[in-house]
Design a binder for this molecule. Structure first.
Ligand code: P6P
Length: 334
């Protein structure tokens, strides 16, 4: 049996790869790991506590907020506020970003963006949900509280990104730009242990992932590509939890699509704390992530915190196929 490598040990070992690193990012990643364990504890017993159901609130994107969303949000904010390495956060659950008070002469270098519990509409039916996070280096004056511009950075500026999947087991998958690794929580020792080293996405896969219910509301070129996926006998898998759908695609290959519709002309998924962090991971695993207008997701300009984007991501050859269909069947630009 190979030796257990915990998340903490792995992060510390990788820190040695960055001679200029002074441990701030290491500390921040470890704090996110702690928050994930706390959220996991509650997610796994949500059915036993009065934290199921709806919290009678809507978030910045108009989504109905579940109680567990708010719990996860609070725990992530608490862990990051006390880490000393983070000067502020932006969350799906908060309209504005949250600057943290400068701890004793500690000018924190990073800001963190997150969706505390993505796919939370699945909670009440015991379907897997996830946390998505991204870490940026702050660009504002380190002597002052963080500013909006620290968060409105392109995905290419991400220092690290990852997700936690609360499923049949709890996995934390992250990258600092040198490949993607996965850690499974061992509840008997309370540690995330290295379980998926150097994850590489297959060039193609047998799955496509889209909300088929919106088919008639997609643009013609997207409908043609979805027809092609069906003609190729690909299997449709769509969980309604982006983390779960992307996690499957990372390991089995495939393509995930959330195109524009009449209801969501800019797309539904949020660029800052859904599309960018997961696109960073997919690209680091050898995949591709583009908008349905064929722009690389990580290159998209950030204009506002809860900005939406269309997205197609996953196996590189399948994203290339989708690109070819859009180029071939898009109506000529007037
Ligand atoms: P729809 C969950 O609310 C989410 O943000 C993603 O996790 C998921 O992929 C998508 O929305 C599901 O949206 O419109 O298909 O229900």
């Amino acid at each position: 049996m190979s030796r257990i490598v915990t998340l903490d040990e792995f992060i510390l070992r990788r820190q040695k790869d960055f001679p200029l690193a002074k441990g701030e990012l290491t500390g921040l990643l470890r704090d996110i790991g702690v928050a994930a364990k706390i959220v996991n504890r509650e997610v796994n017993k949500a059915g036993l506590l009065n934290i199921l159901g709806v919290a009678d609130a809507e978030n910045a994107s108009g989504d109905v907020v579940q109680k567990l969303d708010l719990y996860a949000n609070d725990k992530l904010i608490d862990c990051l506020k006390n880490s000393g390495e983070c000067c502020g956060v932006a969350s799906e659950e908060n309209e504005e970003f949250i600057p943290f008070p400068v701890l004793e002469s500690k000018s924190a270098k990073y800001v963190v963006v997150f969706d505390p519990l993505d796919g939370s509409s699945n909670i009440d039916v015991n379907v897997s949900v996830g946390t998505i996070f991204g870490i940026y280096r702050r660009i504002s004056d380190p002597a002052e509280p963080c500013q909006l511009k620290d968060f409105l950075q392109k995905g290419t500026e991400l220092v690290a990104a990852g997700y936690v999947l609360y499923g049949t087991s709890t996995l934390l998958v992250y990258s600092t730009g040198a490949g993607v690794n996965g850690f499974t929580l061992d509840p008997t020792i309370g540690e995330f242990c290295l379980s998926h080293r150097s994850i590489k996405i297959p060039d193609r896969g047998n799955y496509y992932s889209v909300n088929q219910g919106y088919y008639l509301k997609f643009d013609v070129e997207m409908r043609r590509f979805i027809d092609h996926c069906s003609d190729m006998n690909l299997r449709l898998r769509y969980i309604g939890s982006m983390v779960s759908d992307i996690h499957r695609i990372l390991f089995q290959g495939g393509i995930f699509l959330y195109p524009n519709t009449r209801k969501y002309p800019q797309g539904k998924l949020r660029l800052l704390y859904e599309c960018n962090p997961l696109s960073f991971i997919v690209e680091q695993a050898g995949g591709k992530a583009i908008s349905c207008q064929l722009e690389r997701i990580l290159d998209l300009e950030m204009r506002e915190l809860h900005q939406k984007a269309t997205i197609a991501m996953g196996s590189p050859a399948m994203v290339d196929d989708m690109k070819a269909f859009v180029e071939r069947y898009s109506p000529p630009k007037s």
